[in-house]
Design a protein around this ligand. Structure first.
Ligand code: NAP
Length: 307
């Protein structure tokens, strides 16, 4: 069923920092905009504990940042809807997106679909999600007050999770497969001086222990020895994966499934732009997501003018 609002100038898929920044720029250029979001406005930054590398903002809570961004886009007149896009088709006048039982029409598209947490890939992982296994420390950390927990991963998300959890849980063990962490040095140093944080490097989670819920981990260490860790929570922070397959007919994907785009965030289809973590790029940060959002919206407005 087609929505009654008719044709939007720009349909934005994804309500994270890239999509919402695109909405702000497009509204300020006088374009009608609908942002469709599948889960929660704010994107991944809403599950970040603290953002401390955004220029001129020394420290901001991830939820506060994403609430402020969403409010700014709405105040400027961007329309927002919950809906997961399951199909897209191109018509003479533009594009039609299907989300649930609804269809939305737009003259141009900005795809800002982000990325979702990668699974660790250990046996019984799915079965124990919500029973000890989580992909979001900020969302679920409070369930583990004063308990022992572990975090897997060596990137910024893992270190952010460790820093957040060390203020809630009793003890936090960071398990990382290599001897080196790729996270920002400042966060690694902060975690290193917390009294309740332990690093287990060159280690991997070999088994999840517990029947109804997680009670521990069997960790295989670099020398081949095994160590049992009694933990009630395991926070998996091993990176992200894109979820772009539905849009593949419009925008070329690289071997990892990320959109390929030019400097102006344009794709192989005129009128289709991509922004943020969903696109192939060297640095996925809040700064680069909002930069993409502004570039993609400006390019989309220019493209609309030229029609
Ligand atoms: P990431 O940087 O891709 O790091 C993923 C980590 O998980 C790596 O340390 C990787 O190990 C490890 N890993 C991957 N697959 C694994 C597996 N199957 N088993 C065990 N370990 C595995 O992902 P991220 O930390 O989620 O960050 C994603 C992007 O967001 C990055 O660009 C990051 O800088 C950015 N980010 C920024 C902030 C911030 O600015 N404050 C906060 C969060 C995220 P290896 O190191 O061995 O490859």
């Amino acid at each position: 069923m087609k929505e009654e609002q008719g044709m939007y100038d720009i349909l934005i898929v994804g309500g994270g920092p890239a999509g919402l920044t695109a909405a702000i720029y497009a509204r300020r250029a006088g374009r009608t905009v609908l942002v469709l979001e599948g889960t929660g406005f704010g994107g991944q930054i809403a599950s970040s504990h603290l953002v401390e590398n955004y220029p001129a903002v020394p420290s901001v809570n991830g939820v506060e940042y994403s609430d402020a961004l969403t409010a700014q886009a709405k105040a400027l007149g961007a329309e927002t809807r919950f809906g997961r896009v399951s199909a897209v088709r191109r018509e003479e006048e533009g594009f039609i997106l299907t989300a649930g039982k609804k269809e939305f029409e737009g003259r141009s598209l900005i795809l800002a679909t982000g990325a979702k947490p990668r699974r660790l890939g250990v046996e019984r992982e799915e079965e124990l999600v919500g029973r000890g296994i989580s992909y979001c420390a900020v969302c679920d950390g409070a369930f583990f007050r004063d308990k022992n927990v572990a975090v897997v991963g060596g990137g910024d998300s893992a270190l952010q999770a460790v820093l957040f959890l060390s203020g809630v849980a009793g003890h936090v063990t960071l398990i990382h497969r290599r001897g080196e962490l790729r996270a920002q040095g400042a966060d690694v140093e902060k975690a290193g001086v917390r009294g309740n944080v332990e690093f287990m490097l060159n280690s991997r989670v070999a088994e999840l222990l517990g029947e109804e819920k997680l009670t521990g981990l069997m960790v295989e260490q670099g020398d081949g020895s095994r160590r049992e860790l009694a933990v009630e929570g395991l926070f998996v922070e091993v990176g992200q994966e894109p979820d772009n397959a539905v849009f593949a007919p419009l925008a070329q994907l690289d071997e990892g499934g990320y959109f390929q785009a030019g400097e102006d965030c344009g794709t192989m289809t005129p009128g289709v732009f991509v922004a943020g973590d969903c696109r192939s790029k060297g640095l996925r940060q809040l700064t680069t997501a909002v930069a993409d959002g502004s570039v993609a919206a400006t390019a989309a407005c220019r493209w609309l003018e030229g029609r």
